[in-house]
Ligand binder design. Structure first.
Ligand SMILES: *[C@@H]1O[C@H](CO)[C@@H](O)[C@H](O)[C@H]1NC(C)=O
Ligand SMILES: *[C@@H]1O[C@H](CO)[C@@H](O)[C@H](O)[C@H]1NC(C)=O
Length: 655
């Protein structure tokens, strides 16, 4: 059984990864229009505010200063590689690699753990417990009276156990045995100290497959029992003995091709994030239906993006592909220290939809947090160490003029034909990454293709963003009366040197900055300009970063990293880059919902026929609560799984 059922699930069914072909873009756009229409006919009300004096770099979400040592610096060791300014600095700054300097640990820490969430919804003890919780829960009082049958059907579907975990686990053994160190199955307790255990699982203290009870990981046990996957995910940070980087799997996800650690993270290129750049989440909470019985992912995604937007700027952010989620304990700890109240609230929501769906969506949140932090690191480093040449905190006219001149040259260059713009382009960060990784003994599985590195500029920079004004957060009507986004970001597939942007210095930096008669911008004022440019007017910050990285003459890492490679500043920036480094990766996958027997047979046969292509597939049971249909589909599904994953895993009892 799996938790996550979303209203958009059926719309992304069978959507293939889009290259930038026109047909694909049309498909991608229409998928997004559907999503937007779904929410857009509800009155739009802006809830977004951004305080110009708010300093997002050093406070938590309620404005309390973060402790000076809030970054946990032990990260790198727990990833199996020892951080060293030596090799990392040379690598980021010059793409120079000295394999002998990379101290790689040979123990199993170079592998990552896998976390599953699972409950057995068919267990009568679980059903009684759930019914009990619902009966006592204010959110359900009304429905229990009015609509008992409907609620029963939806929850039944949500918790139906079709033995997915057994086969999903077989798929990870078949395809990811070189990736994982340990598998943690996070599950509920149906009685004190009695977690649910899959009937087929061989339990041994030293087994790599371990059961972790919700009671172990919930910091506040008064929030239990929990039926809200988002609440459970919010507590992953407390799973004992978890590798820093881990893969989160739902039991309705099956692997179909080989996975290696490099599908999640590498010491050279960082996290591998899977994003759906064609499906965007708005930066504001547009709509919440207090009467909805089932609550999909949308509310938590919107709420999460609302929180991210308050800190990093109000942009539409990409849906995180419903495949393999890479998570990290150290990132979760960071998020926890910045949004403690919000995570506590998420944990307290026993059922999804409680508290107006104000839940942090951990996978979405973490991925975007990483992207934003790398961007912040780059921009901040430029602002602090390169723009302010003499490091006195004050921006004098000469310092500003250098930047303004450079931007003017860039802007003119943007109107040149592509071949002229590309003439001097430097190799991207991920250029020849396979051979480079090979040099330090890391293999790629071929299942994930690295598309873009966050170090080459912000990947989801807006297409032709108008940097002379603020980007509207709401949709606009197109000529057919449809609600559309005024500006779309670049996707995962565009080569970085195809991207274009022009930076309006007057709007982005403000009139003081561009005024030669204004001799000195004091430090406090400079900070405000930075905060506005980098976050509030995020399209300005994106374009500045693009200029820093892609300027054919002076662009590259040297444009924003501290110049003196022996300085403490350089070491600090390197440490942050190592922490937040990422690439966007893509893999071929299928997402399907079993709705009727006939369609299900066709879809499942199709999956078998394409077994060499699909890296992952996710199968939802979405069929009606009719015993005949149920029986038929369950038989089909079981046949499919037995054909696809016939070999019992070493952790299964022999029956
Ligand atoms: C789920 O619970 C049912 C009923 O107790 C049991 O028959 C079944 O074996 C359980 N499934 C798993 C995977 O443990
Ligand atoms: C535990 O959660 C409850 C309900 O949300 C709250 O009232 C209580 O203060 C929390 N306890 C702690 C120790 O945080």
């Amino acid at each position: 059984m799996a938790y996550i059922r979303t209203p958009i699930d059926s719309q992304v069914t069978y959507r293939r990864q889009c290259r930038s072909s026109p047909r694909c873009i049309v498909v991608a756009l229409s998928v997004s229009f559907i999503a937007f229409n779904w929410i857009a006919f509800h009155a739009f009300k802006s809830q977004f505010s951004f305080d110009d004096n708010y300093n997002p770099l050093s406070t938590d979400s309620s404005g309390k200063p973060l402790p000076p040592n809030w970054l946990d610096t032990a990260t790198e060791r727990s990833r199996g590689y020892r951080a060293s300014k030596d090799w990392q600095g040379q690598w980021y700054r010059w793409r120079a690699l000295n394999p002998s300097k990379i101290e790689q640990r040979t123990d199993d820490l170079t592998k990552f753990d896998i976390v599953y969430t699972w409950v057995n919804g068919s267990d009568p003890l679980f059903q009684t417990m759930r019914l009990d919780s619902q009966t006592n829960h204010p959110m359900f009082q009304k429905y229990l009276r009015e609509n008992a049958k409907q609620i029963d059907t939806t929850t039944k579907r949500r918790y139906r156990d079709m033995d997915e975990l057994r086969y999903s686990l077989r798929s990870t053994i078949d395809y990811a045995s070189n990736l994982f160190r340990r598998i943690h199955i996070v599950t509920t307790e149906v009685a004190p100290n009695q977690p649910q255990i899959p009937s087929w699982l061989i339990e041994k203290p030293d087994s790599p497959v371990q059961i972790v009870s919700h009671n172990t990981i919930f910091r506040n046990s008064s929030h239990l029992p929990s039926y809200n996957s988002l609440a459970i995910e919010s507590q992953f940070v407390n799973i004992p003995d978890l590798t820093d980087i881990f893969m989160y799997m739902n039991d309705d996800i099956f692997l179909g091709l080989k996975l290696l650690p490099s599908d999640l993270w590498t010491p050279l290129y960082g996290y591998v994030l899977h994003m759906e750049a064609s499906l965007l989440i708005p930066p504001i909470v547009r709509y919440f239906d207090p009467n909805a019985i089932t609550v999909g992912e949308w509310h938590s995604l919107q709420y999460s993006n609302y929180l991210l937007s308050q800190r990093f700027g109000p942009r539409h952010r990409a849906y995180i592909a419903h495949v393999i989620h890479v998570l990290s304990v150290s990132m979760l700890k960071e998020i926890q220290s910045i949004w403690p109240k919000e995570l506590e609230m998420t944990s307290a929501h026993q059922f999804r939809g409680e508290g107006q769906g104000k839940d942090i969506h951990v996978s979405f949140f973490t991925a975007h947090y990483i992207m934003e932090k790398l961007r912040e690191t780059q921009l901040e480093s430029f602002w602090q160490y390169r723009l302010d040449t003499n490091q006195d905190g004050i921006l004098d006219w000469e310092e500003r003029r250098v930047l303004i001149d450079r931007i003017n040259v860039w802007n003119v260059n943007q109107d040149q034909p592509k071949y002229a713009r590309r003439q001097h382009s430097r190799p991207t960060m991920i250029h020849a990454h396979k051979t480079t990784l090979d040099r330090i003994g890391i293999r790629m599985s071929g299942t994930t293709v690295y598309r873009q590195s966050g170090l080459d500029g912000f990947p989801h920079l807006l297409r032709n963003a108008d940097t002379s004004k603020t980007i509207p957060t709401e949709t606009v009507k197109d000529k057919n009366g449809k609600d559309v986004l005024p500006q779309w970001p670049y996707g995962n597939y565009e080569p970085v040197n195809d991207r274009k942007c022009k930076l309006d210095v007057n709007f982005c930096f403000g009139l003081d900055f561009v005024d030669p008669t204004y001799p000195q911008i004091p430090a406090e004022h400079a900070k405000r300009i930075f905060s506005r440019l980098a976050f509030k007017e995020f399209h300005c910050g994106d374009c500045l970063l693009e200029i820093l990285m892609q300027d054919p003459y002076r662009g590259g890492m040297g444009a924003w990293m501290p110049e003196d490679e022996t300085s403490e500043a350089f070491a600090n920036v390197v440490e942050k880059v190592a922490r937040y480094n990422y690439v966007l990766g893509t893999s071929d996958y299928s997402f399907m919902a079993l709705q009727g027997a006939k369609g299900a047979k066709k879809d499942l046969d199709n999956l078998l026929a394409r077994r060499d292509q699909k890296a992952f597939f996710c199968i939802n049971d979405d069929f009606p609560d009719d015993p005949v249909v149920e029986n038929e589909i369950q038989t089909l599904f079981k046949d499919f799984l037995d054909t696809r994953f016939p070999l019992p895993s070493p952790y299964e009892k022999i029956e």
